[in-house]
Write a protein that binds this ligand. Sequence first.
Ligand code: GDP
Ligand code: MG
Length: 440
Amino acid sequence: LSERIGHSLDRVKGRGRLTEDNIKDTLREVRMALLEADVALPVVKEFIEQVRERAVGQEVLKSLTPGQALVKVVHEELIRVMGSEREALNLRGRPPVVILLAGLQGAGKTTTTAKLARYLQETEKKKVALVSTDVRRPAAIEQLETLAGEVGSSFYRAAEGTAPKQIADQAMEYARRQHADVLIVDTAGRLHVDEDLMQEVRDIHAAVEPLETLFVVDAMTGQDAVRSAEAFGQALPLTGVVLTKADGDARGGAALSVRHVTGKPIKFMGMGEKSDALEAFHPDRVASRILDMGDMLSLVDEVERKVDRDKAEKLGRKLKKGRGFNLADFRDQLEQMQSMGGVSALMEKMPGAGKLPPGMANQFDDGVIRRQVAIINAMTKQERRKPAVINGSRKRRIAQGSGVQVQDVNKLLKQFTQAQKMMRKMGKKGGMKKMMRGMQ
Ligand code: GDP
Ligand code: MG
């Protein structure tokens, strides 16, 4: 995908502001990316509209293409929609505070129950009791009982044949007697949403009055996540979502769909089968994965963060006026590159930029750049402005002043001449990418 995006980026080179026209192609690629990540179609449509509205008219940083700038907007919007703030569990209430888990069969409710118990005990120092109301699957109650033993939570076991709602009632009593801070109630799921299941979980909800009602959803379910999220969202006053199996191959489009449909924050991600594989939800990480353009995003970030905008614009104006590109400008460029981790680091992240030719890779790396800057620093202002005055004796002085050999000074001057030629050729067109290509 990055390849495709790279392609359409090449077609839309930097022009001031984002317009309907210059974001069209990239927006189409983003739409494809979302669908490939299994975001549900209606959600994709609405999201794309939101992005379009936000993007059009935005200014584009000089060194970025509109496509790159748009990808940044998309990423930000994804994070915003999925919840930019970290949402903690609400445990403020009279103990035992209840957490209810609901979702389809196999979503990971029972596993998550144990994970949450462990997290609350270890991180929040809570006393936790667990109960399973899943009387449908023969081994379900044993499964949670075993897990409770493993993580060291107390477990309420009802008598054989007790109905789910009664189990929940009794578990409340039990948790009170145990002086538990938190009671986590695991429920039965079905392969598909049905009214029986919904009624059962509603009854349990009414019995235990949870502070947190979490919808547990498998990140791998993609398009189907929307349907179950809608059904559970209608049946229960959800307070949050747990996205399980986020350690799998799925690109995680379900996160966006579920968030969109329920409007509730994703509070945790399941990252494996073990009881410690629970993480706070990281919208930025999931957003990058859904978009699958991580490299480009970090490039855009770096350019935005580190390229000194004013300097770049000043340089641009200077070139337009036709005034010479001098050693002080060259130094500015070198320093910008240095702050971005050297040219080779940048080139690697640049879609479509290709690799540096052999032998060139080191030429602008950190240590080398630092030495070049030192040499330029050892010059007088006049020398920087008019390199032609630098004769043999000046070269010796500069070499001494910067702790290098005269041949290093010569080398730098040669590189400068190359850069100068390239800048002249480039004329008014500008753009980091070209600038650095020319420098090779
Ligand atoms: P339930 O029917 O909703 O209670 O689902 P379970 O908790 O029994 O989990 C179903 C399967 O998914 C089990 O094999 C779990 O080990 C697995 N599982 C649950 N959460 C995760 C997760 O975050 N990552 C992975 N890789 N597997 C998980
Ligand atoms: Mg279960």
